[in-house]
Write a protein that binds this ligand. Structure first.
Ligand code: SOE
Length: 381
C-alpha cells in the first residue's frame, strides 16, 4: 500500500524549485511505496511564499519555519535556505522527530555541521543532503564501472567546476539573490558552493581524501552590501585550486572558480586507472567517455557511451533508449532513492554523516588556502 509523505519546504528560491519538482515527479516515474504531498512552505516573505505555493501546489504557507517544524502533519522538512540557517532548522526539525533533507553544503563549517549530524542520529530520523550530481545516470554509471573493477588501480582523480557570474565588481554581496558572496551567510565561496559538489562525487567514487594543499584567492576585495548599500570587505574565496592525496594512494586535482569567463556551470571529472580512463562533463551529461586499454591495439580509442538504455542507472524508468534526460532528473532520482530508503530501511546517501566529510575537506581547503600548508585529514566527526 502506498504511504503518504507530507513535505514541509523551507524557502522558495532556485533550489526549492528543483526540489519541489522532484517531490512531484518522483512518484510518477518510480515505484517507491511513498507518495510525497507538498503540504506547506515556510518563508518570511509570505507574498513570495504564497506565489511559490500556488505555482507548485503546496497546500499552506507558514511565515516562520518554526511553525512548519511544529506541525504534526509534516513528516519531512526540506531545507532550501542560505547555509547559515541550515543548522538551526535541521536540529529543530530532528528534535521534533521530522525527517530532514538539507541542501548542500550541510553547513558553513564542520563545527556547525557536527551537531546537525548528532541531532538526526540521536532522533533516529532519516536524513539526506542534496548532492544531486551523484544521481546523474552517467555519473552513477561511472560508479558502477569503478565497482566492477573496469579501471583497475586508480592513479588520478581530476575535477573542476567553473562559473563566471561574479567577475564584475558591481555584483553585490548578501541579500536574497547574492548571499553566496557573503561569508557570514555562505561560510565560504566557491569551495563550499561548487567544489563541494566535486568533492562529494570524488569521495563517493574514489574514497576518502587523506591530505591536501590548496591555493585560494579573492579577486574582488570589496563589494556593496545588497541590503545596506555600504561597501564591505569580501570574505569568501572566489577561486580555489587543490591538490589531494586520496587514502587509496591516488592523486587528486580540483579547481573551482566564478572567474572563468565563458563558463556557466562547467563541472567535469576524469579518472585515470591502470586499465582505462573515464570522463564526464555536465554540459554533455548523458554521456560517459571511456578508454579501455585492454581493447586490442588497432581498435583502442575513446568511446562515447550514450547513457540512455534501460540497463543504465535510473533510465529504465524514463523514456526509451536514445531519449535524453537533464539536470532536474538528478533531483528526481535523489527523491526516489530517499523514498526507497524509507521502504527498505537502507538510508539513501549522502546522509548528514556522509556529507560531514565533504564539509571537513572544505574547511581544510580554506585553512590551507590561508596557511599554504598541507593539511592531514583524520577521520570525520
Ligand atoms: C551556484 O551558482 C550554483 O547554483 C550552486 O549553488 C549549485 O549547487 C550548483 O549545482 C550550480 O551552481
Amino acid at each position: 500500500m502506498t504511504k503518504t509523505l507530507n513535505v514541509g519546504m523551507v524557502g522558495y528560491g532556485f533550489m526549492a524549485r528543483a526540489h519541489s519538482n522532484a517531490w512531484v515527479k518522483a512518484p510518477h516515474f518510480f515505484d517507491t511505496g511513498y507518495k510525497p504531498v507538498l503540504k506547506a512552505v515556510a518563508a518570511r516573505n509570505t507574498e513570495k511564499a504564497t506565489a511559490f505555493a500556488q505555482k507548485w501546489g503546496y497546500e499552506a504557507v507558514e511565515s516562520d519555519w518554526r511553525r512548519l517544524v511544529e506541525r504534526p502533519d509534516i513528516d519531512a522538512i526540506d531545507i532550501c535556505v542560505p547555509n547559515d540557517l541550515h543548522a538551526e532548522i535541521a536540529i529543530a526539525a530532528a528534535k521534533a522527530g521530522k525527517m530532514v533533507l538539507c541542501e548542500k553544503p550541510l553547513a558553513r563549517t564542520e563545527a556547525e555541521a557536527l551537531p546537525m549530524v548528532e541531532a538526526v542520529e540521536a532522533a533516529g530520523v532519516p536524513n539526506m543532503v542534496w548532492y544531486n550530481y551523484r544521481r546523474v545516470p552517467a555519473v552513477t554509471l561511472v560508479k558502477r564501472m569503478i565497482e566492477q573493477g573496469l579501471l583497475g588501480h586508480i592513479y588520478h582523480y581530476r575535477a573542476k567546476f567553473l562559473q563566471d557570474w561574479t567577475i564584475s565588481p558591481d555584483v553585490p554581496q548578501g541579500g536574497a539573490a547574492t548571499w553566496r558572496l557573503d561569508v557570514d551567510a555562505a561560510g565560504s565561496g566557491v569551495t563550499g558552493d561548487l567544489l563541494a559538489h566535486c568533492l562529494d562525487t570524488a569521495i563517493w567514487l574514489n574514497g576518502s581524501i587523506a591530505s591536501l594543499t590548496a591555493m585560494t584567492e579573492t579577486f574582488v576585495k570589496e563589494r556593496k552590501d545588497a541590503v545596506t548599500g555600504a561597501m564591505r570587505p569580501v570574505g569568501i574565496d572566489d577561486a580555489s585550486a587543490v591538490l589531494t592525496r586520496f587514502a587509496n594512494g591516488s592523486l587528486g586535482t580540483f579547481e573551482s572558480t566564478r572567474y572563468a569567463r565563458g563558463h556557466k556551470a562547467a563541472y567535469t571529472l576524469e579518472i585515470n586507472g591502470e586499465n582505462g580512463s573515464l570522463a564526464w562533463d555536465l554540459h554533455d551529461l548523458n554521456r560517459v567517455s571511456w578508454f579501455d586499454h585492454r581493447t586490442p591495439g588497432q581498435l583502442r580509442g575513446w568511446t562515447s557511451i550514450l547513457v540512455t538504455d534501460g540497463e543504465h542507472p535510473y533510465l529504465g524508468k524514463w523514456w526509451v533508449p536514445g531519449l535524453i534526460i537533464g539536470y532536474e532528473h538528478s533531483f528526481v532520482h535523489q527523491v526516489a532513492d530517499f523514498l526507497d530508503g524509507l521502504s527498505s530501511g537502507k538510508p539513501a546517501a549522502p546522509t548528514f554523516r556522509d556529507a560531514l566529510e565533504t564539509t571537513r575537506v572544505c574547511d581544510a581547503i580554506i585553512a590551507s588556502g590561508k596557511s599554504g600548508a598541507w593539511v592531514e585529514l583524520g577521520a570525520a566527526g
